[in-house]
Ligand binder design. Structure first.
Ligand code: PMP
Length: 285
């Protein structure tokens, strides 16, 4: 595989980053994941805009090649022959060669930019989308700026392990009695003809897929309610689903052991998945 590191395309075995990089020492960095379908990038503009915002919220400068990021994504997709899969991008604050809590001078410290691809043949026809996934509820123990897409992913990883240990596929995180989001996705329930998902704030990541799916739902005359919901409400919902760049719209069929409906993906989730895949393939770049 060919990867990109600070201006160079290299074989993955030759790509290196300093051990003093603040991404490595302090999780001082941000990332984006953009999916690739049919060799083209899905929702690229949204991911780029969120990257710019994440950097700005952390007082990080944009990498010098920021305006070339589309070309860099396309080149990696091309050289690695990716039809379906994803492109991972990470920017960390770099390092001035020492460990210090204080940020290094941005004038003299270049951020570290890394991109690589992952091939996932048949990404849009995953078996899980046909059966639906099972989630459990766990406490949300993350920090308070979940709107910034940082590489600080230890707790979400632990959440996935807790789900696995409980025989489930993923976890929904709960704070003050309400679901915030999934470990790597935004969470939704469907009640009657209403789609309910948590409102935007610093408590959740502002999903790029979320924004696209809510827009498409409204265009299809579906009712959307942006508000927090409880696990009790979720367990009693008609259906549920999650959204993310790599899972698109993924039906949820079981929450904390409670089966939703007849235990198969509901019609709203199935329809939104279809609409999202169709529309975003058309708009892919
Ligand atoms: N919430 C969290 C915590 C996530 O990690 C992700 C995926 N990175 C999402 C939501 C979904 O965001 P997106 O649709 O932009 O992939």
């Amino acid at each position: 595989r060919t990867v990109y590191v600070n201006g160079e395309y290299l074989p993955e075995t030759e790509a290196t980053v300093s051990i003093f990089d603040r991404g490595f020492l302090m999780a001082d960095g941000v990332y984006e994941v953009t999916s690739v379908l049919g060799g083209r990038l899905i929702d690229f503009d949204g991911h780029l805009a969120r990257l710019e915002r994440s950097l700005s919220e952390l007082d990080m400068l944009k990498p010098a090649v920021f305006d070339d990021l589309l070309d860099i994504h396309r080149e990696l997709v091309r050289v690695n022959g990716i039809t379906d899969g994803l492109v991972y991008l990470q920017v960390t604050r770099g390092s001035d060669g020492d460990r210090d809590f204080v940020f290094p001078d941005p004038e003299t410290t270049e951020p570290t930019l890394v991109l690589f691809t992952q091939s996932k043949p048949g990404l849009a026809d995953s078996p899980a989308a046909k059966t639906g996934i099972r989630v459990i509820g766990i406490d949300d123990l993350r920090w308070g700026r979940r709107d910034i897409k940082t590489v600080q992913l230890l707790y979400p990883s632990m959440g996935k392990m807790m789900a696995k240990a409980a025989g489930a596929d993923d976890a929904w995180m709960i704070e003050d009695g309400h679901v915030t989001e999934g470990t790597s996705n935004n969470a939704y329930i469907v009640k009657g003809n209403r789609i309910i998902t948590r409102h935007l704030s610093n408590d959740i990541l502002h999903g790029i897929t979320r924004a696209a799916v809510l827009r498409m739902a409204s265009e299809a005359q579906m009712q959307v309610e942006e508000r927090a919901f409880t696990m009790e409400e979720a367990k009693a919902a008609d259906e549920a689903f999650v959204t993310s760049a790599s899972a698109f719209v993924m039906p949820v069929v079981e929450i904390d052991g409670a089966t939703l409906g007849d235990g198969t993906p509901g019609p709203v989730a199935a329809r939104l998945r279809e609409i999202y895949l169709e529309e975003s393939r058309k708009a892919a770049v």
